[in-house]
Design a protein around this ligand. Structure first.
Ligand SMILES: [Cu+2]
Length: 215
């Protein structure tokens, strides 16, 4: 799934997050409509029709109360379980992940690769491989956010946060924005990186090129 109102979904995980979002949206919409229709119906149907009219006092209905407590409880627990499962999944990278270090600065992203190459803001990842972002900050709290993968982690000084991304080979060639989503000072609005998805071969060539550039 993925409508025009959501950013493009890059990974399988992003599509699952969208599905979870749509399922939750459907559930809350159904109950919202039921509640509002009942509310308006009762407002009209049981409105006071004569002066000094007094309603009948009703004292509890155990059966009804159990039903309207249990149904939402079950639904919320299920939604919570799926949500938690998803959160753990994105934070437990496969052992063969390609580790990339991300450091937030005022006001740019520094991305460091295993071979020591560092780039600013414009970076690339290989498709088809789990890429693990190890995220921290040099100064204040920033937010490393990739809308296309539906993931965000705060970049906190002295602390490591992480998530991983496995880009689909069909997404090769895409360039995706990586905004900072924690207000971090004057330059915050301009703190936007861009992530390019490359084939493994193109990525290797790109990394080599960056290495030569830095020497
Ligand atoms: Cu920032």
């Amino acid at each position: 799934m993925g409508g025009t109102w959501l950013p493009p979904a890059l990974t399988q995980m992003a599509r699952e997050a969208d599905t979870l979002f749509y399922v939750m949206l459907a559930v809350v919409t159904v109950f919202f409509v039921i509640v509002e229709v009942l509310l308006v119906t009762f407002l009209i149907r049981y409105r006071r029709s004569r002066q000094r009219q007094v309603g009948v006092a009703v004292h509890g209905n155990n059966k009804l109360e159990v039903v309207w407590t249990l149904i939402p409880a079950v639904i919320l627990v299920l939604m919570g379980a799926f949500g938690v499962k998803y959160v753990y999944a994105v934070q437990n990278p496969p052992a063969n992940s390609y580790v990339v270090h991300v450091t937030g600065h005022e006001w740019f992203w520094e991305v460091e690769y295993p071979n020591g190459v560092k780039v600013q803001n414009d970076f690339a990842i290989p498709a088809g491989v789990p890429v693990l972002f190890d995220i921290t900050s040099q100064d204040v709290i920033h937010g490393f956010y990739i809308p296309a993968v539906r993931l965000q982690q705060d970049a906190v000084p002295g602390h490591l946060t992480q998530f991983y991304v496995t880009a689909d080979p069909k997404d090769i060639g895409q360039t995706l924005p990586v905004p900072c989503d924690q207000f971090c000072g004057q330059g915050h609005p301009t703190m936007v990186g861009s992530m390019k998805v490359l084939s493994q071969a193109d990525f290797d060539a790109w990394l080599q090129q960056q290495k030569e550039k830095s020497q």
